[in-house]
Design a protein around this ligand. Structure first.
Ligand code: HMG
Ligand code: MG
Length: 301
């Protein structure tokens, strides 16, 4: 039985910020490797404007050529109806809409106001549900915004409520710049729990300041059961200056394994996926666990 679900965002959030995009064939291999790790959710692309996020411009090829497994969902980002049209065309199973309580971040990330972003999310969600797709909602800058500083938890809770009303099955709460800390995390999650129920919440921490594991533990203590992660700690947001990668999948697995929490995901297989993608990118994973396990292996062999 799975106690906590790991929602892998490496192929999307992890790769969207690469200046030289990972080769399309390597993206496809990467997702195919991830499909063998026990993961049930692998966010695999973004049908966004290629002018805004060039590294996701090949999502159509990626989504049509990966070996999809029946028990795995391969969600994609769909900021508008054009994105949804492509998601349907390339047989995506889950459309992800996104919003933020920060007017400035909304403008920078989606070129519209908070109200307009919500109206777009509503039309995308309606159409997605009509076409048989599930809809996941993202809220960015849930604790701090790179342009507007601290965000009030009540604003995040209200936005969660709106996203649930338009048909999202789950809200992923994004600490986009990774500057949240555990007490603030608890305050924000409790507000959202009151608004929509904890079973509808997922958490999405970037690890810029090394706070992600502490914040995940704080979220689990309140009852959150879905955690967004990225193999090796890949990632960043093009519209959040300084934001580093998502919390590394292997770091989260190491903590949960140590706590006896079942995820169904194999940490060794995840490390192999990290090795594959980081070798292709010509870098070393930022994951502490990846590096610790790799040097332990070298010592033993
Ligand atoms: P816009 O420029 O206002 O769009 O962008 P527009 O409707 O005026 O159209 C302009 C051009 O873009 C047109 O082409 C459209 O066809 C095209 P042209 O006539 O000039 O040749 N276009 C598209 N092309 C492909 N796919 C589309 C699409 N839409 C328009 N879907 C838009 C508005 C929302 C499209 C743009 O701002 C955008 O793509 N934003 C996405 C930004 C993004 O992907 N950010 C990163 C993901 S969010 C994130 O990382 C946070 C998260 O991880 C959680 C967290 O950590 O906080 C989720
Ligand atoms: Mg993110």
């Amino acid at each position: 039985m799975i106690d906590i679900t790991i929602y892998e965002v490496g192929p999307r959030d992890g790769l969207q910020n690469e200046k030289i995009p990972l080769d399309t064939n390597d993206k496809i291999k990467f997702i195919n490797i991830l499909s063998e790790t026990g993961l049930l959710f692998i966010e695999s692309g973004a049908f966004v404007s290629p002018k805004w996020v060039p590294a996701m411009a090949d999502s159509n090829t990626v989504l049509s050529r990966i070996n999809k497994k029946n028990n795995i969902k391969y969600p994609v980002l769909t900021p508008n109806l054009k994105g949804l049209e492509d998601a349907v065309k390339y047989n995506s199973d889950t459309a992800c809409v996104f919003a933020t309580p920060s007017e400035t971040f909304s403008k920078k990330n989606t070129n519209c106001s908070v109200k307009e972003a919500l109206a777009r999310a509503k039309e995308v969600a309606e159409e997605a549900i009509n076409k048989g797709l599930k809809v996941r909602g993202y809220i960015s800058t849930v604790m701090f915004c790179p342009y507007e500083n601290e965000i009030e938890s009540i604003k995040v809770a209200k936005l969660s409520e709106e996203l649930i009303k338009i048909g999202c099955y789950e809200i992923s709460l994004g600490d986009t710049i990774g500057s949240g800390t555990p007490i603030k995390t608890k305050d924000m999650i409790k507000a959202c729990k009151e608004a929509v129920g904890v079973e509808k919440l997922a958490v999405h921490f970037h690890d810029t300041y090394g706070q992600a594991l502490a914040n995940i533990l704080a979220s689990i203590e309140i009852g959150v059961k879905v955690i967004d992660t990225s193999v090796g700690g890949l990632g960043g947001c093009p519209y959040a200056p300084g934001a580093k990668g998502n919390v590394a999948t292997e770091d989260v697995l190491f903590m949960l394994n140590g706590m006896g929490i079942e995820t169904g995901v194999d940490i060794e297989e995840i490390c192999s996926a990290s090795k594959f993608v980081f070798e292709k990118l010509g870098r070393i994973p930022s994951s502490r666990v990846y590096n610790a396990l790799a040097s332990k292996k070298k010592r033993i062999n």
